[in-house]
Each structure stands twice: as C-alpha cells, then as structure tokens.
Design a binder for this molecule. Sequence first.
Ligand SMILES: [Zn+2]
Length: 338
Amino acid sequence: MTRGLLLALAGLVLALMTVAACTTKPTIQGASLATVQAHIDAATRAAGSDLKPFLALCKPAPATRPKGDDHRLAALIAKPAPPPGKAFDNLYFLGDAWVSAWALDTSDGIILLDALNNGKEAARLIEGGLRQLGLDPARIKYIVVTHGHGDHYGGVNYLVGRYRPRVVMSDADWTMTATNLEFRSAYWDAPPHRVKGRDIAAHDGEAITLDGTTVTLYVTPGHTLGAISPVFDVTWHGVRHRVLEWGGTGFNFGADFARLDAYIASTDRMQALAQQQKIDVLISNHSSFDEAPAKLARLRAAPDGSNPFVIGTSAVQRALDVMGECARAQRDRFAMVK
Ligand SMILES: [Zn+2]
C-alpha cells in the first residue's frame, strides 16, 4: 500500500469520525479515494524536490475546527527564535520558531507584515530584531495583518501603543475578529479593534504606498474569509524581484466546502497573477513553509551568492499548485463522507 493511499484512508477515517459536525453541502460529485489520491499525486509532482514543505497541507485535516491548544502554543512560543535577518536589500525577517513577521523598509518608514503572538514577542522579536538589524522600530508606519488569527495580530496593540502605526486588515477579518473570533488563546493579546477600533479595512487590490514602495493587498479567501496576500517589489544587490506573501495556509476551519472552494480559487487566481506580474519570490507567515531561517543562514554564509528566496516564477506557481491540489484532496475527503 502506498504512503499516499494510507494518507487518504487515514483522512477518510478521520472524516467519518467527525462527520456529524459538518454543516455545509458538498459541491463535488464523484469524490473517491482515487480522486483524493490523484490530487495528492498532482501535488507531489508539483512540489518536486524543492517545495516539499508545502506537502504537509495534503495530510488529512480535521472535519471540525480544532480548539485552541494553549499547551502547544506555549511550547511553540518557548522554542528558541531564529535570529532576525535580511532577506533582501529592503526586506527583513522577524519571527519566532513558528510564526513570522516581515519588515519592508522604505526611506519614509517601515511597513510591517504581521505582529506575532503578543506584545512580549513584539517587543523581543520585532522591536529587538529591528534594532539588531540597525532599523528603528519607531519608523513602523503600517502594520498589515495577513489574517485575523492571534499569531498574526497578537503583537499589534503593543506596537500601536508605542509607535501609532496604522493597522490594515481585510474588511472580512476586521468583522470576524470583532464579532466571531475563530480562535482564542491566553497567549494572544486582544484583537486590534479592542484598543483603537477598526482602522484601515483593505479591499481586494487596494495598495499602501510609502516613498514609492507599493504593497498591493490581494484578498485571498480560504484560510480565513479575508486573508490578505501582499505583493510588492524588493531588490537584491540592486536587482528588482517581485514578492508574494501567501496570507494563510492551513485548513483549520473544518469541513467547510465554501472555504475550500474559495481557497482553491485563490490559489488559481494567484498562479495567474504570478505569471502576469513575474512574481519570483514566495514568502510565508509560517517558516515551516518557506524555510526562511535556513535561507537566511545560507545568505549569511554566502552574502554574495544567489539569493535562495528567489525561486523563480514557475516555482511560485508550483507552490500555489501544491496548495490548490491539497485543498482539492481535502475537499474530496470531506465530500466522500457527506
Ligand atoms: Zn491562521
């Protein structure tokens, strides 16, 4: 029996165990172990040897939204953080061992992408990390929250209290965090609206610009209904590259066919966009997917060599293909037990 078939069977068993909680109707006919396996095979081919971390998404996802697990979260936060690092001339990694924040530097200030789990982490890893890299955290002008889960917004209120940056989140995720928060944890500070109210609600395709550096905010629903995937230019040794940060990756929303369909549509859309805009860099807000700390270590060891964050447009598209195929496999698993 192949490993893939075992995975598919495990997914079916898991889905059968939790089917009672499913509330939405499937949108697919003819789902079977064979179609699940075909999607896993397609994802595996797309991943090749260089994008294997994304195949973690093809593991069976639970049919109900998992409860927050504070013990797991505490353990993740307690892991030693990788050092902060310079990924491009104007893009910096600031993360713990699990979740990442990124700082895009301009001469008019810093656009921060996400704010980690809480104020303590924001102080240690964002403020501390920026200073270690020679950047002044008082220059943070915007914080873009890629989606409304606490590992991305938890440090926002601390930074707003210190530096008064504008806070950008999608309209859908401002609403979700204010009315129907999907996950809670004692390790996350309050959602941003509780301190300063709703700030900038981004709609699909809107952009923020500082000193001629434009970050276009694509709303890519799936992981949350309002996950934002920012797209922007960076340079490396003076050469321009175009970056996509995928706004939310895991399927931790249960057997929700509309979410999975939206996720698939988002990956299809961004594959086309990657082609149109010649996006050649894909970064993540969780380093288990983009392996940012290992890439930064390679850059530190060989600063004049090629930049491992530049993977090329076809690899960016393949990564999106892996995510889309894993979503299709998951949709078929859930559809089989409806
Ligand atoms: Zn999330």
